[in-house]
Design a protein around this ligand. Structure first.
Ligand SMILES: [Zn+2]
Length: 60
């Protein structure tokens, strides 16, 4: 089993896109935005912001 996450398919050639990559590995067309902006990255930012906010409240 591959350790590379492949969720979305290329809209041009149907190639399974490597998650997070900006271009299709087969036809080199740009991948959809949702393949690039990883939800995990957004989640990390939100968690960090929340943790920072809670930290400020605890200190006050
Ligand atoms: Zn493609």
């Amino acid at each position: 089993m591959s350790d590379v996450l492949r969720i979305f398919k290329c809209g041009h050639c149907g190639h399974n896109l490597r998650f997070g990559s900006r271009r299709c590995g087969e036809c080199y067309s740009t991948t959809p935005v949702w393949n690039r902006c990883t939800p995990m990255r957004l989640l990390t930012v939100v968690v960090l912001l929340c943790a920072g906010g809670v930290g400020v409240i605890m200190l006050a």
